[in-house]
Design a binder for this molecule. Structure first.
Ligand code: DX5
Ligand code: ZN
Length: 243
């Protein structure tokens, strides 16, 4: 049976002067989780926020907090985000395998891999699960789904529909076949992140996504509650046969 659509609001487009109010806005809107975009200036070109922001918002919201770690060497930092109060840790597949030529060095983006070291990923899966929290494996638009072995061990897959680094980018349809492929068998979260808005959300729902991350569509909306309501109201238009 189809899972309800969950909306994960990225605070990347929040007004950080009024972060507590912005978090309340997310909560009041009916959003299902808060998405914190952590960027280190190495895995992606820019630096955003770290565990202190998770720590700061943890006491003021009951919503689950998802730390989307766009950082090198997630293993070294996962504990910090768990201790800060994150409920879901999203790590990138590109951190567990040899990168393609052209994106191996500092400053070469986007990072992409064709396969990952499963045992290395399992160390992080264990770390997160040992603390009773959930882990999501994320893929950049150019990285294929290359971790079938661990699908039964993870809580979700996050399909990037933009190259990570910035909000307000254009949705990349290359994400859709990956969502479709996953939706045939995978029972966990099938999340999509990047360029999700009123024009693109239906296509990701049709493909089989059940979690929509949004920053600019939510914070740019005249009525953010309506935006969330709209996203949550979407139903797949095509009849899909589920395994
Ligand atoms: C991109 C981030 C996304 C981003 C989404 O690197 O991971 O979560 O904030 O922003 P919008 O919804 O504006 O595409
Ligand atoms: Zn994100």
């Amino acid at each position: 049976m189809r899972k309800d659509i969950k909306v994960s609001v990225s605070i990347l487009c929040a007004d950080f002067k009024y972060l507590a109010d912005e978090v309340k806005k997310c909560e009041d809107s009916g959003a299902d989780m808060l998405h914190v975009d952590v960027m280190d200036g190495h895995f992606v070109p820019v630096i955003t926020v770290g565990k202190m922001i998770v720590e700061a918002i943890r006491p003021i919201t009951k919503l689950p907090i998802e730390a989307h770690l766009m950082i090198e060497n997630p293993y070294a930092h996962i504990d910090d985000f768990l201790n800060a109060g994150a409920d879901i840790i999203s790590v990138h597949a590109e951190c567990y395998g040899q990168r393609r030529k052209g994106c191996r060095n500092f400053g070469e983006y986007p990072k992409e891999v064709d396969k990952i070291d499963i045992e290395l990923a399992r160390k992080d899966i264990k770390k997160v699960h040992d603390s009773g929290k959930e882990i999501i494996m994320t893929v950049n638009p150019g990285t294929p789904l290359c971790f079938d072995e661990i699908l039964p061990e993870i809580d979700g897959v996050l399909i990037m529909s933009v190259n990570p680094g910035f909000a307000k980018q254009k949705f990349m349809p290359v994400a859709l076949p990956k969502i479709q492929a996953l939706s045939r068998t995978f029972k966990g979260y099938i999340a999509v992140d990047g360029g999700v808005n009123a024009d693109t959300a239906q296509s990701v729902i049709d493909a089989g996504a059940n979690v929509l991350a949004t920053a600019s569509y939510f914070f740019g909306a005249q009525d953010p509650s309506q935006a969330v309501k709209y996203l949550k109201s979407l139903k797949p238009q095509k009849h899909k046969k589920r395994a």
